[in-house]
Design a protein around this ligand. Structure first.
Ligand code: NDP
Length: 315
C-alpha cells in the first residue's frame, strides 16, 4: 500500500516541495496540514500535484484547540498515519512587539514548538498503530539554533537559559515572553523555537524509540533563501539574502532540492536511524550532523518536555 505522510505547513516553501516530491513517487499520499485551506489548495494545483495524491486538512498551530480538532479530523479519514513531519514555522525578525497564539503564548515558540509538541504527542499513538515498515516522526530543525556553527553565531544567539520564561507561561503577564526570561526579540524567539524542536526530537527518541519502533529525526535542509519564511524581513534583506547565500556562504539550496532532502528523511530506506539530526554536504549526500551543546543537552530536553507538557494540557 501507499504510505501516508502528514506534513504541517505544506502550503508553501519546504513543506510544499516535500509534499510534491513524495506525491510524485506515486508511493505516498500526503495529508497537507495547513491553516489556510484555499492557499494550500491553490499551491498544490500550481505545483502540479495529482488530485488523488493529497488531502488538505485544516490545522492552525497557533491554537491548541485547532491541533486537537485536527487530530480528530485526521482520524476520521480512516487512513493510517505512517509519517508525521512537523515543518510549519513562523519567523518574525522585525517585530517590535510580541504577538500571541490563541492560548496566549508568544507566537514563534507557540507555533513552532508548542503547537507541534501537542500534535506530535497526540499522533504518536497513531504512528504506533500503523503497520508501515518504517514509521517516522520528523521535526524540522535549523542551523540557526546551533551555536556550534557560523550561522548559529550571528546575534541574537539562541539561548533557552533556565527556561524560566517558558515555565511562567511565555505570556508577558507575570512572565517573560522569551524562554530564557529576557526581553522580546523576534529573531531570537525563532532560533530558540528551533532549539526546542531539536531537543524535542531527541527526547522523543529517548522516551519512545525502543517502545514504539518509531524513528525520530530532525534535519537542516540547507538555506532555502527564497521561501516565505523571510516574508517579514526588511526588503533590502530579502533582496540580498538569496545571492549572499548562493555566492558567498554557498549554503543556498533551491526549494526543490530541499524538498527532496526532506522527502529522503521521510522515505529513504537507508535513513531509518533514530535520534539523528541530518544534514547534507556539497554533493548533496546526507550525513549525521553534530548539534550544539545546548541543542543536545539531555537535562534541558527533559525539563523542556515537562514544562511543555503542562503548557499544552497533557500533564
Ligand atoms: P515558509 O514560510 O515558506 O513556510 C512555512 C509554512 O508554515 C507555511 O505553509 C505556513 O502557512 C505555515 N504556518 C505558519 N504558521 C502556521 C500556523 N499557525 N499553523 C499552521 N501552519 C502555519 O517557510 P519555509 O518553507 O522556509 O520553512 C519550513 C521549515 O523549514 C521551518 O520549520 C523552518 O524553520 C525550516 N527551515 C527553513 C530554512 C530556510 O532557509 N528557509 C532553513 C532551515 C530551516 P501559510 O502558507 O498559511 O503562511
Amino acid at each position: 500500500r501507499k504510505g501516508t505522510a502528514v506534513i504541517t505547513g505544506a502550503s508553501s516553501g519546504l513543506g510544499l516541495a516535500t509534499a510534491k516530491a513524495l506525491a510524485e513517487t506515486g508511493k505516498w499520499h500526503v495529508i497537507m496540514a495547513c491553516r489556510d485551506f484555499l492557499k494550500a489548495s491553490r499551491a498544490a494545483t500550481a505545483a502540479g500535484m495529482d488530485k488523488g495524491s493529497y488531502t488538505i486538512v485544516h490545522l492552525d498551530l497557533a491554537s491548541l484547540d485547532s491541533v486537537r480538532q485536527f487530530v480528530k479530523n485526521v482520524r476520521q479519514l480512516e487512513m493510517p498515519i505512517d509519517v508525521v513531519v512537523c515543518n510549519a514555522a513562523v519567523y518574525q525578525p522585525t517585530a517590535k512587539e510580541p504577538s500571541y497564539t490563541a492560548d496566549g503564548f508568544e507566537m514563534s515558540v507557540g507555533v513552532n514548538h508548542l503547537g507541534h509538541f501537542l500534535l506530535a504527542r497526540e499522533l504518536l499513538s497513531d504512528l504506533q498503530s500503523s503497520d508501515y515498515p518504517s514509521k517516522r516522526l520528523i521535526i524540522v530543525g535549523s542551523i540557526t539554533g546551533n551555536t556550534n556553527t557560523l550561522a548559529g553565531n550571528v546575534p541574537p544567539k539562541a539561548n533557552l537559559g533556565d527556561l524560566r520564561g517558558l515555565a511562567g507561561g511565555l505570556n508577558g503577564v507575570g512572565s517573560s515572553v522569551m524562554i530564557d526570561g529576557g526581553e522580546f526579540d523576534g529573531a531570537k524567539a525563532y532560533k530558540d523555537s528551533k532549539v526546542c524542536n531539536m531537543l524535542t526530537m531527541q527526547e522523543f527518541h529517548r522516551r519512545y524509540h525502543e517502545e514504539t519502533g518509531v524513528t525520530f529525526a530532525s534535519l537542516y535542509p540547507g538555506c532555502i533563501a527564497t521561501t516565505g519564511l523571510f516574508r517579514e524581513h526588511i526588503p533590502l534583506f530579502r533582496l540580498l539574502f538569496p545571492p549572499f547565500q548562493k555566492y558567498i556562504t554557498k549554503g543556498y539550496v533551491s526549494e526543490e532540492e530541499a524538498g527532496k532532502r526532506l522527502a529522503q528523511v521521510v522515505s529513504d530506506p537507508s535513513l531509518t536511524k533514530s535520534g539523528v539530526y541530518w544534514s547534507w554536504n556539497k554533493n548533496s549526500a546526507s550525513f549525521e550532523n553534530q548539534l550544539s551543546e545546548e541543542a543536545s543537552d539531555a537535562d534541558k530536553a527533559k525539563k523542556l518536555w515537562e514544562i511543555s507538557e503542562k503548557l499544552v494540557g497533557l500533564a
